[in-house]
Every structure is written in C-alpha cells, then in structure tokens.
Design a protein around this ligand. Structure first.
Ligand code: PHE
Length: 334
C-alpha cells in the first residue's frame, strides 16, 4: 500500500461513517458502528496496522493522517452519543409519565384494640385529676388478693370455683384491689393511684362474662377524705368519659374491704334504664391498719370498674366475647 492509497482509504472510512451515521438511531447502533471502525478488527484499526508496510520515511505522514481521522471519528461518535442519550432520556420520561388519575395503593393501618383505647382514655382522665398509674402482678397470693382486703376464709369470693388457683395459696388475681395493698405498703399517705390490669375468674364465657377481663382500680388515701370526695371524683369521671348527658346514682352494696360500700349507676338523661358501672366505697379501717396506716389519721376511698363494661356501654356492644375474637370486621370499627 502506498501513502496515496492509505490517504484515500482513510477518506473512504470517513465517507462511510458520514453515510451510515444518519441510520444510527440508538446507542446500540452507535456502539456497532464504533466497533466496525475502531474495534480490534475495525477498518481504521486495520489501516493502522498497514502502516508498517509503508516505507519508513512515509510512515510519519501516514500516521498523522490516521491519527487525525481517529480524532475526528471519536469526536463525531461522542457528539452522536450525546444526542442519542438525551433522546433516550426524553423517551424514558415520556414513557414513565405519571397518571395522577389512577387510584392509589391502599395500605391498611393498624390501630389500638378498643379495650386499649378505652384504658388509655380512662388513664388520661385520672392523670388530669392528679392520679398516678400503678400496677401489680397478675399472679397473686391469697394474702394480697383476699386476706389483706379483709376477705375472710369463709367469704364466698374465696371459693375455689371463683378463682384460678396455681398452687397452694397462689392464684390469678380476681380483681385489681390487691394492688391497693401493695402500693399502700410501699408508700406513705397521701396516695392517689389508679391501676388498670387483667383479672381472672372462673366464669363460663357468655355475652356478659369472660374468664379474663380488665379492671381499673382507683385509690385515694389522705387526711380528711369523705364520701363526698368519692362522689366528686366519680362524677368527674362520668362526665369526662360518657359526656354531660348522663346522671349517676349510688346505691348501697357490700365489699369486705370498703365501708360503706356502694354500687354506682349511670343513666342517660331522659331515659329509663340505670346501668351499673362500678363498685366503690370508703377503704375499710381494717385494710388501712393492715398496711400500717392509722385509720384515725387518714381515710380513703376506692373503686373498681370493668374496662370491658365501659367499652360496651360506650359503644353499645352487646357481647363481651367480641373483644377476644380478633375479628377485624369488629376491631376495625374503633
Ligand atoms: N374489687 C371489686 C370487684 O372486683 C371492686 C371494688 C374495688 C369495690 C374497690 C370497691 C372498691 O368487684
């Protein structure tokens, strides 16, 4: 090959590229074109290897021609690549255009169990009135669950049928009242607590009974407390929880750990039916003595209410078992 032939072949490569470049529509086409010219077996690469056939005094001149061509082609490829890449991006953007009229994806949101919601609401009401939240064990001894609460061995509540015994003198607590004893033994008056928690009784499940249920206990012990204070606290609770459209009524009841004891009823104003909401009373002097308080010095009152019962009254739920079935059709309503 002569220098003239080489120069012509170089021009030919450029002409071919110019002709072909119009047909290069994608980045893949461009890569194919590049390989045809600059690849290991590409036309320009081959031309470079024919340099060695030239007489040595012509090689420098030929090298210059080929290097210039290589530079031009590389520049042309780069320019083309830029144009194609931009086009590809526009195309992608056009393809990925968002359709804001499509319905969104629905993700179900979990929520708190209705009993938890009611418990938190009750806690909130009493926290505002200055009560602390206390807690105690669900596995109790007869001493805390019964004896210290002035429930003698012959009291019907101690009957084996009412309690789940785990062993000699050890049982699942049947109410939250044992927490009263634990707290009073630990603190000096004034004591102002509520304690929410699970309780267990050997009841057959039906619409109004569940062997596992929740109570909130309230206890206030201080100098000079009277039944009027008890009535005020319960009145505040009824108003906050049920709303101003309710009235309440106390009737005599009996609990071994309170004296006097009462049952509290509420009624929607203008309706007939009274509904029981809790047991309450002034803490029995024997209970105060048991924890080392002086009944001549301090007095106190307590109540116990059922969280399930509060939720059932609030929402008009007629079967307590619904709380334990975990049926989302029920739970999702709260
Ligand atoms: N512990 C009683 C019950 O479970 C309720 C109660 C608590 C009554 C405090 C009076 C005072 O029925």
């Amino acid at each position: 090959m002569t220098l003239t032939e080489l120069a012509r072949a170089a021009e030919e490569i450029w002409a071919q590229w110019e002709k072909a470049s119009g047909g290069v529509k994608t980045l893949e086409d461009l890569e194919t074109a590049r390989i045809q010219i600059l690849g290991r077996k590409g036309r320009l690469t081959q031309l470079f290897s024919s340099l060695r056939d030239l007489p040595s005094q012509e090689r420098a001149e030929a090298g210059k021609i080929l290097n210039a061509l290589k530079e031009r082609i590389e520049e042309a490829l780069a320019k083309k690549r830029e144009v194609l890449a931009q086009g590809a991006q526009w195309e992608r953007l056009a393809r990925e255009r968002y359709d804001f009229s499509l319905p969104g994806k629905w993700r179900p949101l979990g929520k708190l169990h209705p009993l938890t919601q009611v418990r938190l609401e009750i806690e909130e009401i009493f926290l505002r009135l200055g009560f602390d939240v206390a807690s105690g064990p669900e596995i109790e001894t007869e001493y805390y669950n019964f004896e210290a609460l002035n429930i003698g061995p012959d009291h019907p509540a101690r009957d084996e049928w009412d309690s789940f015994y785990l062993g000699e003198g050890v049982l699942l607590r049947t109410h939250t009242s044992p927490v009263q004893i634990r707290v009073m033994k630990e603190r000096k008056p004034p004591v102002r607590i509520i304690c929410p928690g699970r309780c267990y009784r050997r009841d057959n499940p039906d619409a109004t009974h569940s062997p596992v249920f929740h109570q909130v206990e309230l206890l206030w012990v201080e100098k000079g407390l009277t039944f009027a204070h008890l009535k005020w606290v319960i009145g505040e609770f009824v108003r906050a929880f049920f709303g101003p459209g309710y009235e309440m009524r106390f009737s005599a009841d009996f609990f071994p750990f309170t004296e006097p004891s009462a049952q509290v009823h509420i009624r929607k104003k203008g309706t007939e039916k009274w509904l029981e909401i809790m047991g309450a009373g002034m803490v029995h002097p024997r209970v105060l003595e048991e924890v080392g308080y002086d009944p001549e010095e301090v007095t106190g009152f307590a109540f116990g209410l059922g969280i399930e019962r509060m939720a059932m009254l609030r929402y008009g739920i007629e079967d307590i078992r619904l709380f334990w079935q975990n049926d989302l059709r029920f739970l999702s309503q709260f």
